[in-house]
Design a protein around this ligand. Structure first.
Ligand code: TRP
Length: 353
């Protein structure tokens, strides 16, 4: 009798700052849909503090303070602790044991070829002083994913190399020690715009230091200010000029956020985004009108999230209670996998009699 394989989700974020609209369209919005779909028997969302420490070793307060910020962002977006376990990575020692055993299955040159690690090393200017823990974080991420027997990992495109690395570890482990680990699949965002939302200045990377992110907890007047100063088409000087959509941040954001019903409500001159885009390309449509639409759309989407956050912020002990329960449930699952792994590796000496 063939048993339908149970579907399990594991995903996570590093707690290095509040979450922003890029996280929202890239994965958070989707996680809530997946959670509510009823398709998954278990869902784990990890606050990856140990991973955040791999390049923030001297900044433990930053990581600590952002754990609750990220948890607040999750809950305000609709992550429901009765359906989803929110867990803190560092509190699950099994993950680090798994990491240690997986290290034997990965070569240094393979890690050096990991495109995400490569670009992060450049970005952080580590050059010849790469922390070992940072260098090996893809292996620890493989432990995160396999510990929970995840079948489905909903993440942004930047995490693809991590998933590939994980799959290699799974195959290698299963080949050497026998079928033990579950081979996970990545679940990428559905729309292209959501794959990688640029900063409000049009730069590819959103970052706190560049001041080009819109946070989920952003106040309404700040959202408006950021939208009105967004990067558009620098060649679109007069309203009558034909405008370009490629690299036009306002349209990229509309692609990610806007639905047809928003036009009826906020911009009845057009039926949908395609019509508006056509007009922009022809000329005769000014940036301000497009920005006003985007502002309205973002306000409508973010207001309920911000309001829920204000409610949750009133009871921080409750947030920690949610994290503790989620972490305990997660540890039980990870302990089971670690026991399977040790048995497969024949290092289960005291369980043999
Ligand atoms: N690397 C992810 C990030 O930078 C965070 C993360 C850690 C993660 N462990 C994970 C994501 C496991 C998915 C699965 O945001």
């Amino acid at each position: 009798m063939s048993e339908e394989k149970e579907k399990i989700i594991l995903t996570g974020d590093r707690p290095t700052g509040r979450l922003h609209v890029g996280h929202y369209v890239g994965s958070l919005r989707r996680r809530v849909q997946l959670q509510d779909s009823g398709e998954f028997s278990k869902i784990f969302i990890m606050i990856a503090d140990a991973q955040a420490l791999t390049d923030n070793a001297e900044n433990p307060e930053k990581v600590r303070d952002n754990i609750v910020e990220v948890a607040l962002d999750y809950l305000s977006c609709g992550i429901d602790p009765s359906k989803t376990n929110i867990l803190i990575q560092s509190q699950i020692p099994e993950l680090f044991e798994l990491t240690c055993y997986y290290m034997n299955l990965v070569t240094v040159s393979r890690l050096q070829r990991n495109p995400t690690v490569k670009s992060e090393i450049q970005m952080r200017k580590f050059e010849n002083s790469i922390p070992v823990g940072f260098f090996t974080y893809p292996i620890s991420q493989a432990a995160d994913i396999t510990a929970f027997k995840a079948t489905t990992v909903p993440v942004g495109e930047d995490q693809l190399p991590m998933l590939e690395q994980t799959k290699e570890i799974v195959h290698k482990f299963n080949t050497v020690y026998g079928e033990t680990l579950v081979d996970p699949d990545i679940l990428l965002p559905e729309t292209k715009a959501a794959l990688r939302l640029p900063g409000t200045d049009g730069k590819a990377k959103m970052s706190k230091s560049l001041g080009n992110c819109i946070y989920l907890s952003e106040e309404s007047d700040e959202i408006q200010k950021k939208v009105m100063s967004m990067f558009t088409d620098p060649g679109h000087l007069k309203v009558t000029d034909p405008g370009k959509l490629e690299g036009n941040t306002v349209f990229t954001y509309l692609d990610a956020f806007c639905r047809d019903e928003h036009f009826e409500e906020f911009c009845p001159d057009y039926k949908n985004l395609d019509e508006m885009k056509e007009h922009y390309k022809r000329g005769g449509l000014g940036d301000v009108k497009v920005k006003k639409l985007l502002n309205n759309v973002l306000q409508a989407e973010l207001e309920p999230i911000r309001n829920r956050r204000r409610e949750y912020e009133k009871d921080i002990p409750y947030i920690y209670e949610v994290l503790k329960k989620g972490t305990e449930a997660a540890e039980a699952a990870a302990a089971e996998t670690l026991s399977d792994v040790k048995k497969a590796m024949k290092i289960d000496y005291f369980e043999q009699f």
